[in-house]
Design a protein around this ligand. Structure first.
Ligand code: C2E
Ligand code: CA
Ligand code: CA
Ligand code: CA
Length: 278
């Protein structure tokens, strides 16, 4: 009976080892990827659809594996957020923006650079120090930075988030509420957080024109933004028809595949030069 017990113990030990191993390996893998600089910023232009000029860009993270494959955030962001790796990754992305597009931003003081934060960034003030450390002595000024916070996931301490947003605004940054209309916050977030800009989710842009309710929703968002003194950006714009509709509704800024996909820094810099020429 003792031998049998020992055997069971051995099996249990092997089972535990196998069930733990993949996770810890994935973890090490991910830490190494951060150290190796595999997480890089891509830049998606944001256009002024009245003038055709470039307003700036949104910074979107990509994982460039050593074998060259490019992985989109959908495949690693949930893991990065749940493990806390996202904090280092965000810092790394921000540092890279100062190196890659600092010159472009110094030459174009009106350009905006939007950086995505996640709900966990609003659980303590660390990110404010990061923003200071990284951008204060860089060629990108606080006035050029927009911080995006999504309403897709709940903020667990609204009061702290409100204070942090006010602090960022006092530094000169602007704050955008992302994915408006899809998530938890809705009107409460707009009112409580003191948001500067709202981003209309692609979901509404997709069916604008051929769906009366989407058109009505976008129309009311524009009115709301106007009344609250906020800016508005439409995202996920893919067709000329959508641009026309947005113009009719009074939206002046848009981003989407119609203009450009997210791209590496060198291409974004070339894109900016090209738009300037036209
Ligand atoms: P998001 O912030 O809503 O970013 C917009 C997403 O829509 C991006 O996907 C962009 O590539 C995509 N997109 C833009 N225009 C179009 C279009 O015309 N058509 C279509 N089909 N898609 C379009 P991406 O880059 O895969 O990022 C997905 C999400 O991952 C982002 O959604 C954001 O929530 C998150 N994310 C990306 N980078 C970061 C980051 O650095 N930090 C954090 N916390 N989240 C990030
Ligand atoms: Ca965003
Ligand atoms: Ca969005
Ligand atoms: Ca979206």
């Amino acid at each position: 009976a003792a031998g049998c017990g020992a055997l069971v113990l051995i099996f249990v030990a092997i089972g535990v080892w196998f069930s733990w191993r993949p996770e810890s390996e994935a973890h090490d893998d991910f830490s190494a990827a951060i150290r190796n600089g595999e997480f890089i910023p891509y830049y998606q232009p944001v256009m002024d659809i009245e003038t055709g000029k470039l307003r700036g860009c949104e910074v979107l993270m990509r994982w460039r594996r050593p074998n060259g494959t490019m992985v989109s955030p959908g495949q690693f962001m949930a893991y990065a957020e749940s493990t806390g790796h996202i904090f280092d990754m965000t810092r790394s992305i921000m540092v890279q923006t100062t190196q890659e597009v600092g010159q472009l931003y110094e030459e174009n003081p009106d350009f905006k650079l939007s950086v995505n934060l996640f709900a966990g960034h609003f659980r303590n003030r660390e990110v404010i120090q990061d923003l200071k450390d990284i951008y204060e002595n860089s060629k990108i000024s606080f006035q050029q930075i927009v911080v995006e916070v999504t309403e897709r996931y709940p903020l667990d301490d609204l009061d702290l988030a409100r204070k942090m947003i006010a602090e960022m605004q006092a530094m000169g940054l602007r704050v955008a509420l992302d994915d408006v209309g899809t998530g938890h916050g809705g009107m409460a977030y707009l009112q409580k957080l003191g948001i500067d800009i709202i981003k209309i989710d692609k979901m509404f842009i997709d069916s604008i024109g051929d769906d009366d309710s989407s058109t009505t929703i976008v129309d009311s968002m524009v009115e709301l933004a106007d009344n609250l003194g906020m800016g508005i950006i439409a995202e996920g714009v893919e067709t000329e028809d959508q641009i026309d509709r947005l113009r009719e509704l009074g939206v002046t800024a848009a981003q989407g595949y119609f203009f450009a996909r997210p791209m590496p820094a060198s291409e974004y810099i070339a894109f900016a030069a090209k738009v300037e020429e036209d």
